[in-house]
Design a protein around this ligand. Structure first.
Ligand SMILES: [Zn+2]
Ligand SMILES: [Zn+2]
Length: 248
């Protein structure tokens, strides 16, 4: 299973080329995307014909995680011949949000088959996907992706305010792709995100194999962020960028 970081968020940035969250996971000819945030469609389409995706899993309904479903929808309708469709596993409110964004009832259904994302395990092509609810918005999920029959998995936090919400997902040796919005910390009161010490503690407590940090807010110190995780977790720690690839 191969992970490609297409976009590493967060909601805004002054870094050239920064786009919203999008993580491409491939196994042979099969592929799924985790999130499709602002500006991520181009990077996705440069790597794989988007109509070949088994599904796009949407962690939650913040635009930095889903709004490039709009260009995906247009691409499927107006570029691919014959017109094609893609499955999207997301909170069902997604349909209303996208339709409202375009002020067009039926806009979403024009090319996207939305399947309700709920806690539990689902099979998508050669992948097993496990979802748990996490503290962020009312519709937020953490996700674990693995190849059917394989032990190693990728756990993606989405955005999360309580690291412990992810504990049921992480198995020893897993790759933990975790948001670290507030860098070395602390997380301000009321902000439903993580910092490095929280991510590091989660990795240690769950026996994660390695940690990939993402969704770092603009202006946060990168080296200090990595150090703040290493203070709690002894395994490998990296802060990922668009274009980062790794085998899982
Ligand atoms: Zn976000
Ligand atoms: Zn969010």
């Amino acid at each position: 299973m191969r992970l490609t970081v297409v976009g590493a968020g967060p909601a805004y940035s002054d870094a050239r080329g920064a786009v919203g969250a999008c993580y491409l996971v491939r196994s042979g000819d099969h592929a799924i995307a985790l999130d499709l945030g602002h500006g991520a469609f181009a990077g996705l389409a440069a790597r794989i014909p988007p109509e070949r995706l088994e599904t796009v899993l949407i962690s939650h309904l913040h635009p930095d995680h889903f709004v490039d479903l709009v260009p995906l929808r247009h691409y499927l309708r107006y570029h691919v011949r014959p017109a094609s469709r893609v499955r999207v596993d997301a909170h069902p409110d997604l349909v209303e949000r996208l339709d409202a964004l375009h002020a067009e009832p039926g806009f979403t259904a024009g090319a996207l088959d939305v399947v309700a994302l709920e806690p539990g395990v689902r099979r998508v092509g050669p992948f097993t996907v496990e979802a748990v609810r996490v503290t962020h918005t009312a519709d937020s999920f953490g996700l674990r992706v693995s190849e059917v029959g394989a032990e190693d998995g990728l756990v993606y936090s989405g955005d999360v305010g309580v690291a412990d919400d992810l504990r049921p997902l992480v198995r020893p040796g897993d790759v933990l792709l975790v948001e670290v919005s507030f860098g070395p910390g602390p997380v301000p009161p009321g902000a439903s995100h993580l910092d490095g010490p929280a991510a590091g503690a989660l990795a240690r407590q769950t026996g994660a194999g390695r940690v990939l940090l993402t969704h770092l807010l603009m202006g946060r110190d990168r080296a200090a962020t990595i150090q703040s995780v290493k203070g709690r977790f002894e395994g490998p720690v990296e802060l990922v960028e668009p274009g980062y690839e790794t085998e899982i």
